[in-house]
Design a protein around this ligand. Structure first.
Ligand code: NDP
Ligand code: OAA
Length: 442
């Protein structure tokens, strides 16, 4: 039952069977909650951690308990038996201390792209080992096992642990990042108010769980729609976590806006910078062409068709998700996963000089006059420490102000609809004559 050291991260995998390669240290296990569904009785106390190690002589995994007593292999369930101890290795490696990342909706479309990027090191870096904590439901538990198996088969050296479970109080234990993707999609004929209530309840519960068990400085990125108001609900239910740590994903909108400007200007999209999305991740969002730049120049100097900027460009970004659904028959998943990667990388790497990025954040103390106590997309910069500051020197003209106010009004109305979930009294839901839409709705 020996554990030995990895020689180099590249050539090793926790799951290689060659005896010479079995010098591994990683962990893949079910949270206690699910173990009872899948494993025979373990004859252990509910709190004791059961795991299995790979023997050096190429035998099948053999279960061990934390107290070191050996269990027989039949007590393990397939891939989840493999457990490796990272600690000995950590002492000899230049890798950073492992971080834990929770992902909800982990069996969904977006996660199916995202998890493999996280595990590859493309997000947190090639020296950052990670543990993935996958949150699902009774609906998805089989699929989650499939996800975990595919993660195994990908032989990612940096992926040290995978847990799956349905109880956020277990899955969120000590996590440093929570990527909240799971939410009920709005179906045909469903009122936005109903969606706000159903999904709001998910995010209220997850906020409470984060508050109770996550790392106190956990960074939370809400993707599940309607993401701004879900993020607000989540942070209101997590009073011990700084409100500043909660984000609603509007990076996909920023990326879409950059793409449209690049196309119109005939430049590659890396030439577009300073792209702000203001407001709600909905069709009221405001892609800001006033402050954006192309090759370092104001967009309005490069693209002189200002009517297109005000109408065609703005609408194409607001409705890009809907157009994609028409083509694909489902909402953006791969590009959303990419934008989640971009959003995280923008927080863990210093923002390039003079540039900024968009993310939906808590409005308290904002310098733009936007109502307090909302989650609103605004321009931010980061030193790369996971935190951010709002950018102060942006110009807001009448055109922008009017449109920003519309998105603000929408978010204020959404907030009233979920007052029962934020601890602010009785909900009153009046979303106006036009039931505003998510970008993906047509
Ligand atoms: N902010 C943004 O830019 C974008 C946001 N989105 C949003 O991201 C979310 C996830 O999208 P995607 O991964 O494509 O969706 P999928 O339908 O593929 O997966 C969503 C997951 O949500 C979970 N879920 C939680 N509660 C419910 C419920 N009541 N009914 C059904 N499923 C539920 C399900 O997992 P389980 O059973 O395990 O709980 C499901 O796997 C959606 O809300 C979507 O609108 C999408 C694109 C862009
Ligand atoms: O409405 C959806 O689910 C998809 C969405 O948010 C988008 O494409 O921006």
């Amino acid at each position: 039952m020996a554990m030995a050291e990895l020689s180099t991260p590249k050539t090793t995998s926790p799951f290689l069977n060659s005896s010479s390669q079995l010098r591994l240290s990683s962990k893949l296990h079910l949270s206690n909650q699910f173990r009872h569904l899948l494993l025979p009785p373990l004859h252990a106390t509910p709190t004791s951690k059961i795991s299995c190690s790979v023997s050096q002589n190429n035998q099948a995994p053999v279960a061990v308990q934390d107290n070191g007593s050996v269990k027989t292999k039949k007590e393990c369930y397939g891939v989840f038996c493999l457990t490796y101890d990272l600690k000995a290795e950590e002492e000899t490696k230049s890798w950073k201390k492992m971080i834990s990342i929770a992902v909800s909706g982990a069996a969904g479309m977006i996660s199916n792209h995202l998890l493999f990027k996280l595990a590859s090191g493309a997000v947190f870096g090639p020296d950052q080992p990670i543990a993935l904590k996958l949150l699902g439901s009774e609906r998805s538990i089989q699929a989650l096992e499939g996800v975990a198996m595919e993660l195994e088969d990908s032989l990612f050296p940096l992926l040290r642990e995978v847990d799956i479970g349905t109880d956020p109080y277990e899955v969120f234990q000590d996590v440093e990042w929570a990527l909240l993707i799971g939410a009920k999609p709005r179906g045909p004929g469903m009122e936005r108010a109903a969606l706000l209530d159903i999904n709001g309840q998910i995010f209220a519960e997850q906020g409470k769980a984060l508050n109770a068990v996550a790392s106190p400085n956990v960074k939370v990125l809400v993707v599940g729609n309607p993401c701004n108001t879900n993020a607000l609900i989540c942070l209101k239910n997590a009073p011990n976590i700084p409100a500043k740590n909660f984000h609603a994903l509007t990076r996909l909108d920023e990326n879409r806006a950059k793409c449209q400007l690049a196309l119109k200007a005939g430049v590659f999209y890396d030439k577009v910078s300073n792209m702000t999305i203001w407001g709600n991740h909905s069709t009221t969002q405001v892609p800001d062409f006033l402050n954006a730049r192309i090759n370092g120049l104001p967009v309005k100097e490069v693209i002189t068709d200002h009517k297109w900027l005000e109408e065609g460009f703005t609408e194409s970004v607001q409705k890009r998700g809907g157009l994609l659904i028409q083509k694909w028959g489902r909402s953006s998943a791969a590009s959303t996963a990419v934008s989640i990667v971009d959003a995280i990388k923008s927080l863990v790497n210093p923002t390039p000089e003079g540039d900024w990025f968009s993310t939906g954040v808590y409005t308290n103390g904002n310098p733009y006059g936007i109502a307090e106590d909302l989650v609103f997309s605004m321009p931010c910069r980061s030193k790369g420490d996971g935190d951010y500051e709002l950018v102060k020197d942006v110009e807001i003209d009448d055109y922008l102000r009017k449109r920003i106010a519309k998105s603000e009004a929408e978010l204020l109305a959404e907030k009233q609809c979920v007052a029962h979930l934020t601890g602010e009294g009785i909900a009153f839901c009046d979303l106006g004559p036009v039931d505003t839409m998510l970008p993906g709705e047509v």
